[in-house]
Design a protein around this ligand. Structure first.
Ligand code: FAD
Length: 620
């Protein structure tokens, strides 16, 4: 077998899929080395993609030319736009996926990809010479060489799974742990920590009494993730139920055998996604917690008990489940468990996701302290693109916080070095009205095209859409059409004369203009709106642009200021210890994280506004 590549990606999880997909499409010769080629993209936990802010990440990955949106649409069985009752900034698409189909589609996509070789093996060594990457060595002592390695090993590094006080080594259910890599990198000087996450039990469909639950259907019509997917279908429904005080009583009887409460698990877990025992313990005054029963696929009877993540002993899990309406006779397929694993503190990364310690070594995904498929995929695509740019000797591709949630995610990781699993939230973005899920293409598709990940035809189509939107915006402003009027007018015009007239009167009344002005508007600008009518998605976007015009302008102004500071670069070897007027804490933090710009420095906890003024003066 050929053993010389441009890039080696270790791990076929969500990060590794994107990294190998984009780097091979950008023309590099890539090896994806993973333990099992048929489990690539397997959802370790919830069979779903997207969700609050995570849906934004998927749309951004798609706009850059990544794979996740395509795969989610193919394997999707239940689509929903979350937070519809709230502002547009937080609308977030989410879909349930078929857990068995998703890895099949991953395999189909990657195995056909030009320049990409999938190698089924476990990596035991990363080969480094004079602080530069040379390649890897597998458990079977096979050596593969490349100047770049992207490590995406997920929860597998020294993974240990816990149910009650019983622990087993493993990367996730039924898959072995990866034992060597973190120890080796630790010897190289990388700071390694321990984190924890958990998953709920799965139960048999036939053992549930769905009459006692509430149906939670998908949206009609369902909305796909990928810009070119024409149709997706809701093929399942989910069911809602809830815990009660008896459930909580039962769970409390198992606290003395909880690996978390007894201190067996040392790693920190995700605060925002706690286990059921954690919820019962921390929110003692709450007498009920919501549970969603989610089918794991079309060809399986396995039901995922969302909201009941636990590592309590199996008999307590069963007893607790039996107190929940609909689950009184639930039969377990497999119990919930917690997993503890190694991660690398992400201040050891550059914003390109290359490590500061070893040239050519990139980290992406859960090993950087994040949690979630989408967060992993977002890092994977950025690491893949940056690996190629490095090989070409081009500057790295860094998304700003003002451009994308991906930018917010990586900037937070590198600057704030979270001590607990990091999950993206809309509240973390300063300019969230501009970083909406519906306009990811407008924000990022230029980059995807520049890197050759978006085809010319697609890019042309996108540009035409943007021109149409711009024109419709200008026309709407000219005729003072209000956002709410655009929808009924556009959807009805040309259908029936009566409807048309009713609508026109309605618009005139709402917009406080006379009917002639509305008619004037229609006669003078028909073609823009007739075109726009073909795309409800664009109508919605036009409404947002008009409705939030003032706020959007204000955010764009703030971004100008923000970018000024981002453009004030700090030399790579800058010696902060020389500036005596900086506080000691600031000097320590700045020397550790080594920010690339004044803007980045200002976001490091412990660096005060006065430290930043001093630094700015010094840099000038
Ligand atoms: P993974 O998806 O873990 O993939 C890692 C890949 O690397 C695998 O293909 C593995 O085979 C391969 N690999 C590892 N080591 C080697 C090696 N040495 N050689 C070759 N291949 C290797 N996320 C949430 O957002 N919410 C949750 O509630 C949640 N719960 C979870 C519960 C459990 C039990 C687990 C295991 C994970 C949970 N997650 C949860 C996390 C989610 O699964 C991850 O965030 C996501 O899968 C990370 O993607 P990744 O690409 O970084 O790694």
């Amino acid at each position: 077998m050929d053993n010389q590549f441009d890039i080696i990606v270790i791990g076929g999880g969500h990060a590794g899929i994107e990294a190998s997909y984009v780097s091979s499409r950008m023309g590099c010769k890539v090896a994806l080395v993973t333990m099992n080629k048929y489990t690539m993209g397997r959802p370790s936990c919830n069979p779903s993609i997207g969700g609050t802010a995570k849906g934004h990440l998927v749309k951004e990955i798609d706009a850059l030319g990544g794979a996740m949106a395509i795969l989610a649409d193919k394997a999707g069985v239940h689509f929903k736009m979350l937070n519809r009752s709230k502002g547009y900034a937080v609308w977030s698409p989410r879909c349930q996926i078929d857990k068995d189909l998703y890895p099949i589609y991953v395999y189909q996509l990657l195995s056909k990809q030009k320049n990409l070789t999938i190698i089924e093996a476990t990596v035991k060594q990363i080969l480094i010479k004079h602080n530069k990457i040379c390649g890897i060595e597998t458990l079977e002592n096979q050596k593969i060489f490349a100047p770049i390695v992207i490590l995406c090993a997920g929860t597998f590094l020294n993974g240990v799974m816990w149910t009650g006080l019983k622990s087993t080594p493993g990367g996730r259910y039924n898959e072995p742990a990866s034992k060597y890599l973190s120890n080796l990198l630790n010897e190289y000087g990388f700071e390694v920590g321990r984190l924890k996450t958990g998953t709920p039990p799965r139960v048999w469909r036939h053992s549930i009494d769905f009459n006692k639950t509430e149906i939670s259907p998908g949206d009609e019509p369902p909305q796909p993730f990928h810009r070119n997917t024409r149709i997706v279908k809701n093929r399942i429904v989910c069911y809602a139920t809830a815990t009660n005080e008896i459930t909580h009583e039962v769970l409390r009887t198992g606290f003395d055998q909880s690996p978390m409460f007894t201190g067996r698990i040392k790693g920190t877990g995700p605060r925002y996604c706690p286990s059921i025992e954690d919820k019962v313990n921390r929110f003692a005054d709450k007498n009920s917690h919501k549970i969603l029963l989610e089918p794991e696929g079309l060809f399986t009877d396995s039901i995922y008990v969302n909201g009941f993540s636990t590592s309590l002993p199996v008999y307590i899990q069963i007893k607790g489940l039996h107190t929940i309406p609909g689950l009184e006779k639930a039969e377990l397929i497999r119990p919930g468990y917690a997993i503890e694993y190694d991660f690398f503190y992400p201040h050891q990364l550059k914003l390109s996701l290359e490590t500061k310690l070893v040239e050519g070594l990139f980290f992406a995904g859960q090993i950087n302290g994040t949690s979630g498929y989408e967060e992993a995929a977002a890092q994977g695509i950025m690491a893949g693109i940056n690996a190629v740019l490095k090989l070409r000797g081009e500057p790295p591709f860094i998304l700003k916080r003002s451009e994308a949630y991906i930018g917010v995610l990586i900037d937070d990781l590198v600057n704030k070095a979270p001590e607990e699993p990091y999950r993206i939230f809309t509240s973390l973005a300063e300019y969230r009205l501009l970083l909406r899920q519906d306009n990811a293409d407008e924000r990022l598709m230029d980059y995807g095209y520049k890197f050759g990940l978006i085809s010319s035809e697609e890019f042309d189509k996108h540009q035409k859409k943007m021109e149409l939107l711009k024109k419709a915006y200008q026309e709407s402003k000219l005729y003072k059409i209000k956002p709410d009027d655009i929808n009924p007018y556009l959807l009805k015009v040309g259908e029936t004369p009566i409807d048309e007239m009713t609508n026109l009167h309605y618009i005139a009344k709402r917009s406080n203009i006379n009917l002639n002005e509305v008619l004037n508007f229609i006669n003078s600008t028909p073609e823009v709106f007739v075109e726009l009518k073909k795309s409800p998605e664009l109508i919605e976007r036009l409404q947002i642009e008009i409705r939030y015009e003032g706020y959007l302008q204000r955010q764009r102004k703030e971004i100008e200021l923000f970018i000024q500071n981002e453009n004030k670069k700090i030399p790579e070897n800058f010696d902060y210890w020389k500036i005596n007027s900086l506080s000691k804490e600031a000097r320590e933090k700045l020397s550790k994280i080594r920010p690339q710009s004044l803007g980045q420095a200002s976001r490091i906890p412990g660096v005060s506004a006065s430290d930043i003024s001093i630094l700015a003066l010094y840099l000038r």
